[in-house]
Design a protein around this ligand. Structure first.
Ligand code: HEM
Length: 410
């Protein structure tokens, strides 16, 4: 725990701990309770005991995300060099999301421009190919755990291909990314292997550039060092993997448990998009983004926030704000005003949300085509959410279906 902040202390005598099993349960009820007891800006304690503000009002969250002058991502814009950011915010020096100003704009601009040249038709074809390959591996078994065997692997295989990695390396990179995101004991080894693979990739793309995202990031990111580029690639691939996997998993859960989607499961297709959008409101994959720092004293949602205070933007809480939330459950169909992708300078960069949508939509459509009678293998209330305050994703999604031969083997 970093030194307690005397200014933040007053309100924090009633602080809500932002960790523990509660975050794996019914978050709708949790946010309702927080809003009732504290209003749109909630005093919280991060894991480790550090005080922070959790913003769950839509208007307030929007203000924090869009006012980069007042709410910095780089903590050293308002703290001295001896400051140690709370471990729970995952501050990493030099990492894209903790940069501000020109350095950030240049690096995220290079990634964004490189992603913008991805051919959407090719992307869809790649998604279908990888989805089929993953389904082939379990289709004869008649059962699968879709988070591990499908949702997590699909985005990293597709992104790896987009970055110009050889097909033979993709499965092991997918495995390493999963190990890192689980924070398992062998995560450091997995990180080491990832860095070595990326170093090799960058060297080969520098020598033989191709029509891939790595070659374009090298071309557009003038002055960016190889270490910085590796970090940026890691942020792009890991951001796509964890978030897109949970988007796929949460939408599949909705479709497998909610009667409104029963027709889709037996042949129709139109409501895959509807399920994906509904999830961005109700079970958004990024529940909260930790780590903004107030650069000066200000008022936010009726609270006095002091210079240097840590702010966590609660995207799920903001989406659930009764002032903006579509009034009736399931009526979010055409409404895209959610904050699922953040907004402002640090929001999910264009065109990442569109690419993620192609991946998620194709993953679900191919799965439903290949396994038309797919159903949950456990009662709905036995599905467990991961107990993290910052993400919403299932620990596992076990399903059953009629066994079949794979496309390649059958
Ligand atoms: C192709 C897939 C994706 C890619 C390549 C991607 C990439 C990124 C990158 C590079 C950032 C950092 C931007 C910065 O700090 O300047 C980011 C931020 C973000 N992404 Fe994505 N992302 C993807 C999918 C998703 C999905 C599916 C979601 C959620 C539904 C999501 C939600 C977010 C959010 C909320 C942020 C902002 C975090 C903040 O405000 O600090 N992303 N994404």
């Amino acid at each position: 725990m970093t030194a307690p902040d005397p200014q933040i202390g007053g309100a924090h005598s009633e602080a809500v701990p932002l960790y523990g099993r509660r975050f794996a349960g019914n978050t709708e009820e949790l946010f309702r309770e927080m809003r009732r007891d504290h209003g749109p800006v909630v005093p919280v304690l991060l894991e480790g005991g550090d005080p922070a503000w959790l913003v769950i009002g839509y208007r307030e969250a929007h203000r924090v995300l869009t006012d980069g002058q007042l709410f910095a991502r780089d903590p050293y814009r308002c703290h001295g060099p001896d400051y140690v950011p709370p471990p729970a915010v995952g501050y990493t020096p030099g990492m894209l999301m903790f940069l501000d100003g020109d350095a950030h704009a240049h690096r995220v601009g290079a990634a964004s421009a490189a992603l913008a040249e991805v051919d959407q038709f090719q992307l869809r074809a790649d998604c279908e190919r990888f989805a089929d390959r993953l389904i082939d591996a379990f289709t004869a078994a008649g059962e699968a755990e879709l988070m591990e065997q499908y949702a997590y692997r699909m985005p990293v295989l597709v992104m790896g291909g987009m970055f110009g990695m050889p097909d033979s390396e993709l499965m092991s990179v997918a495995q390493d990314m999963k190990t890192m995101s689980d924070g398992r004991e062998d995560a450091i080894d997995a990180y080491g292997r990832f860095v070595a693979t990326m170093r090799g990739l960058i060297e080969s793309k520098r020598e033989w550039p191709g029509p891939d995202v790595t070659s374009r990031m090298l071309a557009y990111g003038t002055g960016v060092t190889d270490d910085e580029l590796i970090h940026d690639i890691l942020v792009v691939i890991s951001g796509s993997q964890e978030n897109t996997a949970n988007w796929i998993g949460n939408a599949l859960r909705l479709m497998l448990t909610d009667d409104r989607f029963a027709a889709t499961l037996s042949g129709g297709r139109h409501s895959v998009g509807q399920a994906l959008n509904e999830v961005l409101w109700e079970d958004t994959p990024v529940k909260a983004v930790p780590g903004r720092w107030a650069t000066r004293d200000t008022q936010l949602g009726g609270r006095t926030v002091r210079a240097g205070d840590v702010i966590v933007v609660g995207l799920a809480g903001a989406n659930a704000d009764p002032q903006v939330r579509p009034a009736v459950h399931g009526d979010s169909g055409g409404n895209h005003a959610h904050l699922a992708f953040g907004t402002g300078d640090h929001g999910c960069p264009h065109p990442a949300p569109e690419l993620a949508e192609v991946m998620a939509q194709t993953a679900i459509e191919v799965l439903l085509d290949r396994l038309p009678d797919v159903r949950l293998a456990v009662p709905e209330d036995e599905l467990e959410w991961r107990p993290a305050f910052h993400l919403r994703g299932l620990s596992a999604l076990p399903v059953r279906f009629t066994p079949a031969f794979g496309i390649e083997s059958g």
